[in-house]
Design a protein around this ligand. Structure first.
Ligand SMILES: NC(=O)c1ccc[n+]([C@@H]2O[C@H](COP(=O)([O-])OP(=O)(O)OC[C@H]3O[C@@H](n4cnc5c(N)ncnc54)[C@H](O)[C@@H]3O)[C@@H](O)[C@H]2O)c1
Length: 249
């Protein structure tokens, strides 16, 4: 098993890529904290892992809340005594038809950008003490390029995730902590998707994907697994697109 006895926090683990990552990591031997604002769905994910004979606990966590992070770290340490891996996956969509909405800008910054910073801020001191840790931050193709149907606040927040990943990688490498980002392309719509969930818009988006199809959530989970595992022990500060070739066009 690739993550035997590792303790991992996966944010946004009640849906989509977070569920796929939590389930895959549990199958690889990890003890998984399923963290999300969605209590019912999150508990269901943890229960499903346990009924597959994996180890998991649900933790209510709003990634934009510092007290929630403190509580999540305390609960994880109380349950398992360490935190080996953080998957900063939670996020909200930027496919807002009002492209100049200030409310959307603020929401993007407080969840998609600040949420990732708060996660690193909460777990890095624990990893520093252990002199070991792996963090994978979920950015997007939108963190690298602009798109006509995405609010620029989403691009800005995901761009912030890309560069804060590199900053954290160089600042905490001597503590034995690796930090990398994953950049999904066209995946199934997010719960909060508006424009990008529209079949006509999606058909147009698919034309820009060399592999000619949308990605599967498991394909992102496997990228998270590789970067979180010892197989990536000499890899830090990289950005890994999982986008069917979109960014190569
Ligand atoms: N779906 C895509 O096409 C796509 C493409 C590129 C990047 N991404 C990114 O991948 C990540 C996962 O997206 P997904 O497609 O699985 O979406 P999803 O909507 O299915 O899942 C996102 C999860 O994050 C949770 N979440 C939202 N706000 C939160 C908060 N404040 N605190 C804690 N949890 C919160 C939601 O409850 C949900 O469970 C996101 O960061 C997203 O921006 C998605």
């Amino acid at each position: 098993m690739r993550l035997q006895d590792k303790v991992v926090i996966v944010t946004g683990a009640a849906s989509g890529m977070g569920v796929a990552t939590a389930r895959l990591f549990a199958r690889e031997g990890a003890k998984v904290i399923v963290a999300d604002v969605l209590d019912v769905e999150g508990n269901r994910v943890a229960d499903a892992i346990k009924s597959d004979r994996g180890e998991a606990r649900f933790q209510h966590l709003d990634v934009g809340s510092e007290p929630d992070w403190a509580a999540a770290v305390a609960a994880t340490l109380a349950a398992y005594g360490k935190i080996d891996i953080l998957i900063n996956n939670a996020g909200v969509s930027g496919s807002d038809p009002d492209r100049l909405s200030l409310e959307t800008w603020d929401r993007q910054m407080s969840i998609n950008a600040k949420g990732v910073f708060l996660g690193m801020r909460a777990v890095i001191p624990v990893m520093q003490k252990a002199k070991s840790g792996a963090i994978v931050n979920t950015s997007s193709i939108s963190g690298i390029t602009g798109q006509v149907f995405v609010h620029m606040g989403y691009n800005a927040a995901k761009g912030a995730v890309r560069t804060m990943t590199k900053a954290a990688a160089v600042q905490f490498a001597r503590d034995g902590i690796r930090v990398n980002s994953v950049h999904p392309g066209l995946l199934p719509p997010m719960r909060t998707s508006v424009l990008s969930a529209d079949p006509k818009v999606r058909a147009g988006m698919l034309k820009a994907v060399p592999l000619g199809r949308e990605g599967r959530v498991e394909e992102v989970a496997y990228a998270n697994l590789f970067l979180a595992s010892e197989e990536a022990s000499y890899i830090t500060g990289i950005e890994l697109p999982v986008d069917g070739g979109f960014l190569a066009m």
